[in-house]
Ligand binder design. Structure first.
Ligand SMILES: Cc1cc2nc3c(=O)[nH]c(=O)nc-3n(C[C@H](O)[C@H](O)[C@H](O)COP(=O)(O)O)c2cc1C
Length: 367
């Protein structure tokens, strides 16, 4: 399946602007989401054997998820399950609707399997997302896999009002998803990454956990995770780790895109890499694995980590798992390898596990 995508579909798709292809693909998936036959066909083509994982009080049919940013507006919610994903993270969504940065804002460097983007949280806002999610539910099209929402900050919101905005978006969406990811690590909103600073992050998490306590009314609270940047030092990561206990973090997502660029760059590579924005894909893989390993060690394996960054093959995914990730996600790999990647990853992980226990594999190369 991936061979067909790489050799037939991809050359045609990559002849066009990245964001245009992205929008067209999402448009098709959105339409297909409403057609039973199309969903069934995708299911038949991309069905994955189960590889169940329990984490954050949730049951994942397999550990391979859709990373944030692919379906920012939740337009194709049923299709992610039909394509074999074990979970999906929708958004990033901000409190206010906003257009994001001017186009063009997404670039490929194909020889490296890399993307650079500076989307800037283009999205319709939390209220619109809530409406769309509620509609999927009333139509009976809600997936049976866990669904998360990635929360960001609007460009117009000053940093000192960020906690209130995250808490308000969380309140608006609380009933509609299984887990929430606090995204303070996107490089494309001015100063957003300052919110990774311990005091600022603590304020956000405190405000969110107040909402969590209020809305759960003594029942189960929603798992809240923090997504970190690969450009943080280990000391800065440790500051975030120090909030895990006090703010009841259910997990960590490592990592977002990087501001760093590969050292080796030919003329063609420079055209992409000199673009402002966050780099994802193969060049990010090693650093994001390093961050996963560090977080796993610092938390002594007690906190679920979602490993994301440059996963293109089952070997890449296994590296994240043995470094300490309980779950993995893909974005750039999906762009470069196509939808068959999900099954390839699940099959490859199952093979490497060899009948062993998932929790024994997690972090086995980091202990
Ligand atoms: C175009 C694009 C948009 C993204 N938007 C978001 C976002 O809204 N929120 C977020 O936390 N991460 C976002 N990401 C980061 C991805 O979720 C992921 O962390 C990163 O791309 C590394 O994974 P990859 O190498 O598999 O792409 C985005 C990535 C890309 C390429």
């Amino acid at each position: 399946m991936s061979w067909l995508y790489r050799n037939i579909a991809r050359p045609f798709l990559f002849a066009q602007d990245s964001e245009t292809v992205h929008n067209q693909t999402l448009g098709l998936l959105a339409q297909a989401s409403h057609v039973t036959g199309a969903r069934k066909l995708a299911q038949a083509l991309f069905e994955t054997a189960p590889l169940p994982v329990e984490a954050m009080g949730l049951r994942f049919p397999n550990p391979v998820g859709l990373a944030a940013g692919m379906d920012k507006q939740a337009v194709a919610v049923p299709m992610w399950e039909a394509l074999g994903f074990g979970f999906s993270e929708l958004g990033g969504v901000t409190g206010h609707a906003q257009p994001g940065n001017p186009q063009p804002r997404m670039f490929r460097h194909v020889p490296d399997g890399a993307l650079v983007n500076r989307m800037g949280f283009n999205n319709g806002g939390a209220a619109a997302l809530a409406e769309r999610l509620a509609a999927w539910r009333t139509q009976g099209l809600w997936p049976s896999h866990p669904v998360g929402i990635n929360l960001g900050k609007s460009k117009i919101t000053p940093l000192d009002q960020a906690a209130a905005e995250y808490a308000q978006s969380f309140r608006t969406l609380w009933h509609l998803a299984d887990f929430f990811v606090v995204n303070v690590s996107s490089p494309n909103t001015p100063n957003l990454r300052q919110l990774q600073d311990k005091t600022a992050l603590d304020d956000i998490l405190a405000a969110m956990q107040t909402v969590n306590a209020e809305l759960s009314r003594g029942g189960p609270a929603k798992p809240v995770l923090v997504k970190v940047a690969p450009d943080l030092t280990f000391d800065a990561l440790d500051e975030i780790v120090s909030l895990v206990g006090p703010r009841q973090l259910a997990g960590l997502v490592a990592t977002n895109t990087t501001l760093a660029r590969p050292e080796q760059q030919d003329h063609l590579a420079q055209r992409t890499y000199r673009q402002t924005g966050g780099l994802s894909g193969r060049p990010l893989a090693a650093r994001s694995t390093e961050v996963v390993r560090h977080l796993y060690r610092q938390t002594r394996g007690t906190v679920p980590i979602i490993g994301v960054g440059g996963i293109f093959t089952a070997a890449d995914a296994w590296e994240k798992v043995t470094a300490g990730a309980s779950l993995v996600q893909v974005y750039s790999g999906l762009v470069y390898e196509g939808p068959g990647l999900v099954r390839e990853l699940v099959e490859g992980l199952t093979e490497r596990l060899g009948g062993g226990c998932w929790s024994d594999a997690v972090g086995s190369a980091a202990r």
